[in-house]
Design a protein around this ligand. Structure first.
Ligand SMILES: [Zn+2]
Length: 91
């Protein structure tokens, strides 16, 4: 399967609804579209996994949602990944 061309519009749309995806609040069609992009886009994958794990940890601990500091760091990471010029190529 050829890799999907990287489309930052999709990345931006995904990040805007990432929490909905994780909370399974999207329609099945929307989820499928995002899951397909996640498989093709490593940068979104890493970010989504990080957020997903964070959310899971918070739930498991029975604590309030992500702390302000961590939320800000995640948002900054999302902005960097989707900034004009493309994601970093360093691994
Ligand atoms: Zn992406």
């Amino acid at each position: 399967m050829p890799p999907e061309p990287h489309d930052h519009e999709v990345c931006r749309a995904l990040f805007a609804r990432l929490s909905e995806l994780i909370d399974r609040e999207l329609t099945p069609a929307q989820s499928r579209r995002f899951e397909r992009h996640l498989r093709a886009c490593r940068h979104c994958q890493v970010c989504a996994e990080t957020l997903r794990r964070t959310v899971e940890l918070c739930r498991r601990a029975g604590e309030s949602p992500v702390s302000g500091g961590l939320a800000r760091r995640l948002q900054a990471m999302a902005r960097r990944l989707t900034a004009a010029g493309g994601p970093p190529t360093a691994d």
